[in-house]
Design a protein around this ligand. Structure first.
Ligand SMILES: NC(=O)c1ccc[n+]([C@@H]2O[C@H](COP(=O)([O-])OP(=O)(O)OC[C@H]3O[C@@H](n4cnc5c(N)ncnc54)[C@H](OP(=O)(O)O)[C@@H]3O)[C@@H](O)[C@H]2O)c1
Length: 323
């Protein structure tokens, strides 16, 4: 059994693979053998210290696997069940782990465990972004940054299935076709073009009702320029760095904008919320509305490379770590 640990925060080199031994699962816990682990940008924030953790710690927020042992109080899961999870406690980068049942979901037979390992965080995030943080309406046009990325590919497909048009941004020309393939209606290379100007052109000067921004520091102010009066700015990530303090009179006040900084945990607080979100996600996958192609499978021993690739913008779509 192996697990990735960090003793100190820093660059990808702080990720260390260690041999581990596990005890028995406690009352409401199970022992899981992982099949695949999701690679997420948030893992780099945990590793770098942008999102502070108590050290030493495991890392990784989602995985899929098979239940190998159940704790004494567990009745809703059995040996051999195919499961997946996203969220706390951290420590998904491992071959085996003991995990509380409250965050687990059973994976339907028709859904591949490699795919679901990378869809729990990304897919459930797209769910709350489209239905909860801002409830999109058919016919609307929205702006989504990093549209060819892991969350981006799923967002574009899900939005299309709701008849929502997506203007997507990408950082290089080679990502344009990919974003279109996954349902983006218009794609802007924001490393070459002024995306705010282009969004205004594409919307006949009207702007969009909502911007989904996982890029953060480098896109925030221009994203607000893309919004209509009373539009909603959803800042859900920091791929380019954390946001600077917001100049409210300059950025939000002129158009009376709404600003939200959500995270997945806030939308999956109860079993009811988790079930509603996962059922919708499973339905979108089963009906073929969301298809995913794993961009790359890294081995657990290659975790350092995986983080370097992710931060170098080389991971184009959902990727997994195979323990
Ligand atoms: N709040 C939540 O609940 C939640 C949950 C899940 C994910 N997220 C956030 O969603 C975003 C996407 O996550 P993901 O795992 O799917 O990652 P990803 O989109 O596959 O990778 C991040 C992308 O951001 C873009 N980017 C722009 N500026 C960058 C920079 N300076 N350095 C690195 N990348 C830059 C790159 O795409 P281009 O080359 O096309 O610009 C890069 O590929 C992340 O910010 C993540 O933290 C938030």
């Amino acid at each position: 059994m192996k697990a990735v640990k960090i003793e100190k925060t820093g660059g990808p080199e702080v990720l260390k693979v260690e041999e581990i031994t596990l005890g028995k699962p406690g009352n409401d816990e199970v022992l899981i053998e992982h099949v695949a682990i999701g690679l997420n940008y948030i893992d780099t924030y945990h590793r770098s210290g942008l999102y502070p953790l108590t050290l030493p710690t495991g890392i990784g927020i989602e995985a899929s696997g098979i239940i190998k042992e159940v704790g004494p109080n567990v009745s809703e899961f059995s040996l051999g069940d195919k499961i997946a999870y996203a969220g706390q406690p951290l420590g998904a980068y491992c071959t085996h782990r003991i995990y509380p049942t409250k965050n687990l979901v059973k994976v339907p037979e028709n859904i591949d465990l490699n795919n679901i390992a990378t869809l729990m965080t990304k897919g459930l995030t797209v769910f709350y972004l489209l239905y909860k943080t801002y409830a999109v309406k058919a016919g609307e046009t929205v702006l989504f940054h990093a549209a060819a990325g892991g969350v981006g590919q799923i967002f574009c497909q899900w939005a299309k299935s709701l008849n929502v048009k997506v203007i997507g941004t990408v950082g290089s020309d080679k990502k344009i076709d990919l974003a279109k393939k996954y349902g983006c209606n218009e794609v802007i290379n924001y490393s070459k073009e002024d995306f705010a100007k282009k969004v205004m052109e594409l919307t006949n000067g009207k702007g969009v009702p909502v911007v989904y921004d996982g890029v953060g520091k480098s896109t925030f102010e221009k994203s607000c320029e893309c919004l209509q009066v009373r539009g909603t700015m959803i800042s859900f990530g920091n791929a380019s760095g954390a946001l600077d303090p917001i100049d409210v009179p300059k950025v939000l006040q002129p158009k009376g904008l709404y600003f939200v900084r959500p995270s997945m945990q806030q939308y999956l607080r109860t079993n009811k919320e988790l079930n509603e979100a996962t059922n919708m996600l499973f339905e979108k996958i089963s009906s073929g509305k969301i298809k995913i192609e794993i961009f790359k499978k890294y081995k657990l021993d290659e975790v350092e490379t995986a983080h370097r690739d992710l931060q170098a913008r080389k991971v184009i779509g959902p990727a997994v770590i195979i323990p």
